[in-house]
Design a protein around this ligand. Structure first.
Ligand SMILES: [Zn+2]
Ligand SMILES: [Zn+2]
Length: 243
C-alpha cells in the first residue's frame, strides 16, 4: 500500500501501468468495470409501477406495495438497473472495498436513465440533487459517501445543483441488510433531518440501492417536514424481486 501511495506521485498513467485496475464485476485486469460486465448489467424489466418503479405483471399507477404504504412522501422513484451480478459486486466494492473511483463508471447508468422519461420531463423542475447521507461516523470510517459520488456525477452531467448539506442523519442506524420491510422502516424512521434550505424546492434524492424504499421514504419525509415542494428518488439498483 505504501509503495502504491508513493507511486501515485508518478501520476495515474504510471500507476495503471504498474497496477492495472481489476474489474469489480469479474476480476479481470484492465478496467474498473469491464465492457463485458457493463454489457451484462440488467435494466429493470418493463412494465413497472409508475410510482416506485418495481417490475409488475402489468403497468400500474400504484403497485400493491405502494397502496399498502401508509405515507408516500416520494412522488415517484426509479432504479437504473437490477441489483444482480455483476452490478451487485461492483456496488459492493464501491461501498465496502474502498473503491470510490467505481462511482464514475457506475454513474453512467444513472445518467442514462435520467435522459429518459419520466426524468426527461421532470428535469427542468428539479432544484437540487441530494445524496442519501451517511452518518458522520460511518463517513469518517469510509472516507467518502458512495451515494454522494454517484449524485455528484449525475448532477454534473445533467447540469443540476448538488446539495449534500441539505440532508443529514440525525442518529446512527443499523445496516438495513438482513432486516425485513417493517424492521427497515423502524430502523430509519426519523433518522434524517433536512435543512431549512429545502423549503419550496423540488428535490431528487440519489442512493445506491432501493430495497424496500424505507431509506428514501425517511429522507423524503424529512425534506417534506421542512417544506420541500416535492421529492423524487433515483437509485442505481433495485432487487429483481419485491422484498
Ligand atoms: Zn468485468
Ligand atoms: Zn409501487
Amino acid at each position: 500500500m505504501e509503495m502504491r501511495r508513493r507511486l501515485a506521485a508518478l501520476g495515474h498513467a504510471g500507476l495503471d501501468l504498474l497496477f492495472p485496475p481489476v474489474c469489480a464485476g469479474c476480476g479481470r485486469a484492465g478496467h474498473l468495470f469491464c465492457p463485458r460486465c457493463a454489457q451484462a448489467v440488467e435494466p429493470v424489466p418493463q412494465p413497472i409501477c409508475a410510482r416506485c418503479g418495481r417490475p409488475q405483471p402489468a403497468a400500474v399507477a400504484q403497485c400493491a406495495a405502494c397502496r399498502a404504504a401508509s405515507a408516500r412522501p416520494l412522488r415517484l422513484s426509479r432504479a437504473a438497473a437490477l441489483h444482480t451480478s455483476p452490478l451487485r459486486q461492483a456496488i459492493h466494492a464501491l461501498k465496502y472495498e474502498q473503491q470510490p473511483e467505481l462511482a464514475v463508471p457506475l454513474a453512467r447508468y444513472l445518467i442514462a436513465v435520467f435522459a429518459e422519461p419520466p426524468w426527461a420531463g421532470l428535469d427542468a423542475t428539479l432544484d437540487a440533487v441530494i445524496p442519501v447521507p451517511l452518518h458522520a461516523q460511518r463517513l469518517a470510517e469510509r472516507g467518502y459517501n458512495q451515494s454522494e459520488l454517484l449524485a455528484a456525477a449525475l448532477a454534473s452531467a445533467a447540469g443540476l445543483a448538488l446539495h449534500p448539506g441539505w440532508l443529514a442523519r440525525s442518529r446512527e442506524t443499523r445496516q438495513q441488510v438482513g432486516l425485513d420491510a417493517a424492521q427497515r422502516r423502524a430502523n430509519v424512521d426519523g433518522a434524517f433531518v433536512a435543512s431549512a434550505a429545502v423549503a419550496g424546492c423540488t428535490l431528487l434524492l440519489v442512493d445506491d440501492v432501493f430495497t424496500t424504499g424505507a431509506t428514501l421514504h425517511a429522507c423524503a419525509a424529512a425534506a417534506l417536514a421542512q417544506g420541500a415542494a416535492a421529492v423524487y428518488g433515483l437509485t442505481l439498483a433495485m432487487p429483481a424481486y419485491t422484498p
